[in-house]
Design a protein around this ligand. Structure first.
Ligand code: SAM
Ligand code: SF4
Length: 347
């Protein structure tokens, strides 16, 4: 296969803007047992047929190429809801057996985690991020369109019991829905020893209802938390991490008071960090997406099933990443939302 004329034959996953992808996100399914309004429609989203999804062996093969040929150091499983994969424990075990062994993490809504957290930890899972936008049952049900808050909280407790490193909690704030609960959610996270990260809502909802004017920006999140807490930017190097971290102190006790914990803000829309992006993504059907907001994908699973060897697959992957755009262009005139919602891309 011919290289793009300007692509070096180097081994790492490089792009034209000098970035190297060392962080692989693998979507394990496009299905989910929740219907978060900022992600999926209430009903009617067609799902992939099971044979179209990457199998355990195919996932392991792509992960092996990534760690051995590209120097990928972190593998995160996501979806849709990755816990819906019956073979999730086996997938984690197979990726943990790779040499070099990557750090393995999971982004999940935690439904069903209470019965599987220990097996996942034993299989080699290093970290878990749980998505939770409200600790109020009614608000949770309004956002997710399902009354399952208790199951999520049970899943978070099981992570602790399984001895995994502290859970990170991801939350999206929406105006008039849960933005007034920001302080309370942070209080809950601090009390439980979890690092809460607020994610700005991005235009990746299936219903295409996102509006820039009404989204809660990073500045708006800081303002809401500032009513109760003093936030001081953490000076540890960000190292390509999407979240900007802040030390949290009680405002009433002043800047000399003890740090209660850290809170993160992921400002993908208002303060984009594309220049430091280190991600490469595989969709559940085995296509490379160089960016969440790409309008194109490069199929790897078709070639794998047609008999391509690792060298050929790696080269297809490198070329897809070489074409990665400089940024998501969300703030440029003419930006168009990708057709596929977050659940189908792999968040
Ligand atoms: N189902 C799992 C979960 O919810 O954690 C994994 C997949 S979900 C797509 C991954 C993350 O994407 C979640 O933290 C979710 O809150 C976030 N997300 C989904 N749609 C989003 C949007 N439109 N803007 C910002 N974050 C979004
Ligand atoms: Fe499902 Fe996660 Fe999307 Fe919510 S954000 S609908 S839990 S995939």
């Amino acid at each position: 296969m011919a290289l793009p004329a300007d692509r070096p034959a180097a081994s790492a996953l490089l792009d034209r803007f000098g970035r190297e992808a060392t962080d692989l996100r693998i979507s394990l399914t496009d299905r989910c047992n929740l219907r978060c309004t900022y992600c999926m429609p209430a009903e009617g989203l067609p799902f992939l047929a099971p044979p179209a999804l990457m199998s355990l062996d195919e996932i392991t093969r792509f992960a092996r190429i990534a760690v051995t040929q590209f120097g990928v150091r972190q593998v995160r499983f996501t979806g849709g809801e990755p816990l819906l994969r019956k073979d999730l424990v086996e997938i984690v075990r197979a990726v943990a057996a790779l040499d070099p062994r990557p750090e393995i993490s999971l982004t999940t809504n935690a439904i069903g985690l209470s019965s599987r957290a220990q097996a996942l930890a034993d299989a080699g899972l290093d970290r878990i991020n749980v998505s939770l936008d409200s600790i109020h049952p009614e608000t949770f049900a309004k956002i997710t369109r399902r009354p399952f808050l208790d199951r999520v909280l049970g899943g978070i407790d099981a992570v602790r019991a399984a001895g995994l490193r502290s859970t990170k909690i991801n939350a999206v704030l929406m105006p008039g829905i849960n933005d007034h609960q920001a302080v309370e959610l942070l209080e809950w996270a601090l009390a439980g020893g979890h690092q809460l990260r607020f994610i700005e809502q991005m235009p990746l909802d299936a219903d295409h209802t996102w509006e820039r004017e009404s989204m809660i920006t990073a500045a708006g999140i800081r303002e809401r938390l500032g009513v109760r807490y003093l936030l001081t930017a953490d000076d540890a190097p960000r190292d390509g991490a999407p979240a900007e971290l802040f030390e949290v102190r009680e405002r009433a006790l002043g800047s000399d008071s003890p740090v209660l914990g850290l809170v993160g803000i992921i400002a993908s829309v208002s303060e984009p960090f594309c220049a430091d992006c280190r991600r490469t993504r595989l969709t559940a059907e085995g296509a490379v997406r160089s960016c969440l907001f790409s309008h194109t994908e490069t199929d790897l699973l078709g070639p794998l099933r047609a008999g391509a060897d690792d060298t050929e697959l790696a080269d297809l992957w490198r070329s897809a990443m070489w074409a990665k755009p400089s940024g998501h262009q969300m703030n440029a005139a003419g930006f168009t939302q990708p057709d596929r919602p977050m659940s189908a891309i792999g968040g």
